[in-house]
Design a binder for this molecule. Structure first.
Ligand SMILES: [Zn+2]
Length: 267
């Protein structure tokens, strides 16, 4: 499933010449900073969802389970070669409503797994999951272990949306050997072009500093309009837009090479 992204990566690498000439010092194509853009909360609104899945390039989409248009939009995203993930509703500390398929702290193991399995089954072509809300649930060790165990069973990756500084979700994923990422920047807390632009610049700076960055936005008009203009210009700025699965694949490949090297050094 993951390998369909090679087509996009190849295109990005072709476009790389521009970025490399401008960046100057970059000596190898793989070193070009990568940006993952995830659009959360897709599925409740057909018009916004359709506009979202029409964004150019390998944007990643997180679908709410049992949402009126989620399955249809996920199908459309998939047919356009985009990554589809589940936006798993998880209990928050503010008692904000979670909608159907909610994972709450009062669910015992078997029920918890049944609810999450149902959520995953509801989103066609699902490759991974991230958390919708979750400021309470992502701080709970057993529940995060149950999430990662199911991710392992189904061969899914996990992205911690980091809706609280106290989240342990990524840590648990890493401990259980689940390929994972975490959000660096939210693009649209405030729905103005100026704010989205400022956050997008922070995402680019983060990508240049750490080699990659994960930005999360929502299907608000202001966000979609901004991204439809900004994403095609990324290559010129020496940054690659990559799907979440592609970045995870790169990280795993780097890890594998490091292990091979370590084994050689070790004798
Ligand atoms: Zn959400």
């Amino acid at each position: 499933m993951i390998f369909r992204w090679i087509g996009y990566s190849g295109l990005c690498l072709l476009g790389l010449g521009v970025g490399l000439t401008q960046a100057g010092e970059q000596s190898d194509a793989v070193a070009q900073p990568a940006l993952v853009v995830i659009i959360d909360d897709v599925g409740d609104n057909w018009v916004q969802g359709s506009a979202a899945v029409s964004l150019p390039g390998p944007v990643t989409y997180a679908f709410l389970p049992y949402s009126p248009f989620g399955a249809q939009l996920a199908q459309r995203a998939f047919s356009r070669g985009k990554d589809v993930i589940l936006h798993a509703p998880m209990e928050n500390t503010h008692d904000r409503p979670l909608g159907p398929g909610a994972l709450t702290a009062d669910l015992q193991h078997d029920d918890f797994v049944r609810v999450l399995s149902g959520d995953l089954d509801d989103v066609p072509h699902v490759q991974g999951l991230n958390n919708h809300m979750g400021s309470l649930l992502t701080t709970l060790e057993p529940q995060m272990q149950w999430v990662m165990a199911l991710a392992q069973q189904r061969g899914l990756f996990f992205i911690d949306s980091r809706t609280t500084a106290d989240t342990i979700a990524r840590e648990v994923a890493q401990r259980q050997g689940i390929p994972s990422l975490q959000r660096d920047v939210f693009l649209d807390h405030e729905q103005t072009t100026a704010f989205v632009h400022q956050q997008f610049l922070i995402a680019l700076a983060t990508a240049r500093r750490q080699g990659f960055a994960v930005a999360i936005g929502h299907p608000h008009s202001v966000t979609l309009e901004y991204l439809s203009l900004a994403l095609p210009l990324l290559d010129e700025q020496g940054v690659r837009l990559v799907a979440a699965s592609a970045l995870i694949m790169e990280h795993q490949e780097r890890l594998r090479l490091a292990q091979v090297q370590a084994a050689h050094v070790g004798g």
